[in-house]
Ligand binder design. Structure first.
Ligand SMILES: [Zn+2]
Ligand SMILES: [Zn+2]
Length: 113
């Protein structure tokens, strides 16, 4: 079982125009492509609450979308306000950690990445 602190970010920072970096409490470093994070939004307007179907049309998300504001939500999540005007997305830390695409977390190269 992974320790709880593995799911708490020690720091979140914009590493580049397209990259968000997170250092986790256990020292793990994650880098996220910001557009992929935007597309992974699981809020009610992006994912249908009842069917779980994706409502978000990828074509409507600009290629250069980026986070404008990252706001902590309690002790379990961050809310990200995006440059495309979408700001209802909440990313629980566990979900964020699960989305890590580094070699240690994803030994297989992700398709299309
Ligand atoms: Zn959303
Ligand atoms: Zn990782």
């Amino acid at each position: 079982m992974q320790e709880e602190r593995a799911f708490v970010p020690a720091s979140i920072r914009q590493q580049g125009p397209q990259t968000l970096g997170v250092t986790w409490g256990d020292g793990h470093e994650s880098e996220y492509g910001v557009r992929a994070l935007r597309l992974a939004c699981a809020c009610a307007s992006c994912i249908d609450e009842w069917s779980g179907k994706e409502q978000l049309d990828e074509a409507t998300v600009p290629a250069d979308v980026r986070p404008l504001r990252i706001t902590p939500v309690g002790r379990y999540a961050v809310q990200i306000a995006w440059s495309d005007g979408h700001e209802t997305g909440i990313y629980p830390f566990r979900r964020l950690r699960a989305l890590c695409a580094c070699a240690a977390c994803r030994p297989e190269p992700a398709a299309g990445a």
